[in-house]
Ligand binder design. Structure first.
Ligand code: FES
Length: 362
């Protein structure tokens, strides 16, 4: 069924009904809805206990500023925890305590601000329903005055200016909350040492045996050249890693992948010919892109894959980059064997390990 309706400009438009109360119309056709839901209006306002009982209102106010003070305690607690539980030796239990106490302080600080703000809003601020009808976006003078009036009324109703204890404790909590974050930045700064020097050298040195990496702080047994069969891969750390002051940091720089290839597959430049032993080569495991561990070995292609951004390095060709965002080969650790047949380092790496940025500081 179709009927004609007068539009606002005096013209006529087709109105289409499909016989099931649902009306369909083409673009430009006026649609008259016959079953629009009537505005039910607002239900009657129910007062809260804090509106009716001044004692309960006072209790709610105490609760709110108590939470904001609790937030301050949490923030200061996090700062104190940072000072009293420092990470110095890199020991896992030390890291755990530091993380638990600093994290708990920060969580308490943020949680208490959040709960306090919600409690303030629900229990004390004005909770009457109001309707704000749509209006043009541009604001004229009367609108601006009305806005200022709204702010004034909101201030009176929320008690923001009147409840000075609540307001000031909130300001205090918000000022104190960023402190733990700022304090944590201290941990990023070098402690009286040159960061370039720290990153340039690893624990590898002449004569240090290559030992299996047994995970975490654990150092496995030293590796004999005879135990490394063609195609096998070993995750390796310096045998003396346990003597390091900061075991995990030292390990992060010194981790090595040991791989044996068929000697005829190895392409070596003359100056690096003496860096391998019977086809056994050792490369830094720290990706030269942004430092992820390169640990996936594709035996047939001799490619090492970094799982982070898929850089690939050709182990048979001095770990040169064959794919991905890395910009330089993995640094090679020169190795040989000692009198007992154990694999040992000839020296430290001859260039900084890790992201390419450090190469510029060679
Ligand atoms: S860190 Fe290895 S490819 Fe990005």
């Amino acid at each position: 069924m179709a009927e004609e309706a007068k539009n606002s400009s005096g013209g006529s438009a087709a109105v289409v009904a499909d016989g099931h109360g649902v009306e369909t119309a083409s673009v430009g056709t006026a649609v008259l809805s016959s079953d629009a839901v009537q505005n039910p209006g607002l239900p009657p306002h129910r007062k809260r206990v804090t509106d009716l009982d001044p004692k309960k209102e006072k209790n709610a106010e105490r609760g709110v500023y108590g939470l904001f003070y609790l937030s301050i305690v949490g923030s200061l607690g996090a700062v104190l925890a940072y000072m009293f539980f420092p990470i110095e030796s890199g020991d896992a239990s030390e890291i755990r305590l530091h993380t638990i106490f600093v994290g708990s302080g920060m969580a308490l600080a943020l949680l208490a601000i959040g709960i306090g703000a919600v409690h303030w809003g629900k229990a004390l601020m004005y909770d009457g329903e109001s309707i704000d009808l749509r209006h043009p976006v541009a604001s004229d003078e009367p609108t601006r005055e009305a806005s200022a009036e709204v702010f004034k009324v909101a201030d009176q109703e929320s008690g923001f200016s009147r409840r000075t204890l609540v307001r000031n404790s909130l300001f205090g909590a918000l000022i104190a909350f960023p402190l733990p974050g700022i304090t944590l930045l201290r941990g990023l700064a070098p402690q009286d040492i040159d960061p370039v020097e720290v990153l340039r050298h690893t624990m590898w040195d002449k004569g240090i045996r290559l030992a299996r990496d047994n995970g975490g702080h654990k150092v496995g047994e030293a590796i004999r050249a005879a135990d490394v069969t063609i195609g096998s891969v070993f995750h390796v750390v310096p045998e003396n890693l346990g003597q390091a002051k900061d075991v995990l940091n030292e390990k992060a720089k010194a981790v090595v992948l040991l791989i044996r290839l068929d000697e005829k597959d190895l392409k070596e430049t003359p100056e690096k010919e003496s860096w391998s032993y019977n086809g056994i080569v050792a490369y830094s495991k720290v990706c030269t892109h942004v430092g992820c561990p390169v640990a996936l070995n594709e035996q047939h292609t001799h490619h090492l894959l970094c799982p982070c951004h898929q850089s690939q390095f050709d182990v048979s060709d001095e770990a040169k980059v064959v794919f991905g965002p890395a910009k330089r080969p993995l640094p090679q650790l020169p190795i040989t064997v000692d009198d007992e047949g154990y694999l040992i380092a000839q020296s430290d790496f001859n260039e900084p390990v890790g992201p390419s940025y450090w190469e510029r500081l060679k």
